[in-house]
Design a protein around this ligand. Structure first.
Ligand code: GTP
Ligand code: MG
Length: 340
């Protein structure tokens, strides 16, 4: 018998990954741990139209940085285990925020199908998403589903199998503004020519992560080829210095801004129609906003600890966040209507 097709469910916390996973696998699942960490690894098996499928439920994350163990587990799994297909579970009722992770899957160049979940919730809130338009603009198939009832799940797997059989599509390339794009143009050929981590990561991803000052990638690159890495870090430092003096921001913030810009530019193109007042803050949004705020506390602590711990390290670059601004952004508190 052929090896089962290896499919991975990935997405934001609370987007419905485990609901879909349970719907598909029923009792044919087991829970272990990812190597070396206490993060649950759920694995299960099922058959779809005579295809045996092995499916993994990844931990939920908002991003693919190296800041949390869940993010590291998720991205290490995707690049090391190279699933045949990744299903990105996107919460249709929180599209913009969920697509932030999607942009990073696109950057990672993994084979992707989007399951637009919770369309029932979105519909109740008067949100209609034009899935074909979204698919065309993102360059990946999008299938609406309701994981809780199983609606759309057959179509999702038919799409997954079709997409699996097609030739690789060129990756959707995001732009990050002239300064970062230019730095990438310079460093990507150096990464390719020296085969730096190219067995594991696309050269563009490695380049992006070096510019983002991603500790895990910097350590791996350093161990693989310290000489090439030194020149890449130098280029990254020049970029950081330039962005600090011109726009007072670190490259990772500029990159994040451009990811959101890409998402907004897509959503502006008649992808979403709203029929009700969207100025209400729903419970799940409130919980997520509080969770995001809590993670800023964590981030702030890490920034402080990192700065203290690394202050004597050669090449050390301090990082900072204006906490009040981040808190404000994170909460995005809506002003109440003066008529009320
Ligand atoms: N209405 C509705 N609720 C859903 C749907 N899918 C999932 N849910 C609910 O959403 C909540 C979160 O679902 P989970 O499956 O636990 O989400 P998850 O992505 O596994 O979350 P993490 O493991 O924290 O990353 C649960 O209460 C589900 O019952 C859906 O399509 N419609
Ligand atoms: Mg889960």
């Amino acid at each position: 018998m052929n090896n089962p097709l290896h499919i991975t469910l990935a997405g934001n916390p609370n987007s419905g990954k485990t609901t879909l996973f349970n719907h598909l696998t029923g009792a044919r699942q087991h829970v272990g741990n990812y190597p070396g960490v206490t993060v649950d690894k759920k694995e299960g098996f099922f058959t779809f139209n005579t295809n045996s499928i092995r499916i993994i439920d990844l931990p939920g994350t908002y991003s693919l940085t190296a800041y949390s163990v869940e993010e590291l587990v998720a991205r290490d799994y995707l690049v090391n285990e190279k699933p045949d297909m990744v299903i990105d579970i996107v919460d249709a009722s929180n599209l913009e925020r969920n697509l932030y992770l999607t942009t990073q899957f696109l950057e990672l160049g993994i084979p992707l199908v989007i399951a637009l979940n919770m369309v029932d919730v979105a519909e109740k809130r008067g949100i209609k998403i034009h899935t074909q338009k979204l698919a065309k603009l993102l360059g990946v198939p999008v299938v609406p589903i309701i994981a809780r009832s199983g609606q759309g799940v057959d179509e999702l797997f038919t799409t997954v199998l079709t997409a699996r059989g097609e030739r690789d599509h060129p990756p959707t390339l995001l732009r990050y503004g002239p300064d970062i794009d230019e730095a990438l143009r310079e460093i990507i050929p150096r990464i390719e020519n020296s085969h730096l981590l190219t067995d594991t990561y696309p050269a563009r991803w490695t380049g992006l992560k070096i510019l983002e000052n991603d500790e895990q990638i910097l350590d791996k690159a350093q161990a693989a080829d310290s000489e090439v890495t030194r020149t890449l870090v130098q280029r990254s430092e020049t970029l950081t210095h330039h962005l600090q003096t011109t726009v007072d921001a670190f490259p990772e913030a500029v990159i994040a801004d451009h990811r959101y810009g890409f998402i907004k530019s897509i959503l502006r193109q008649e992808v979403v129609t709203r029929t009700f007042d969207n100025n209400r803050l729903y419970t799940s949004d409130k919980i997520d906003k509080i969770a995001n705020t809590a993670s800023f506390y964590l981030e702030r602590t890490k920034v402080i600890q990192g700065n203290i711990a690394n202050a004597d390290t050669p090449g050390y670059r301090p990082k900072d966040l204006v906490f009040e601004e981040e808190l404000q952004k994170s909460m995005e508190l809506k002003k109440s209507d003066p008529k009320h």
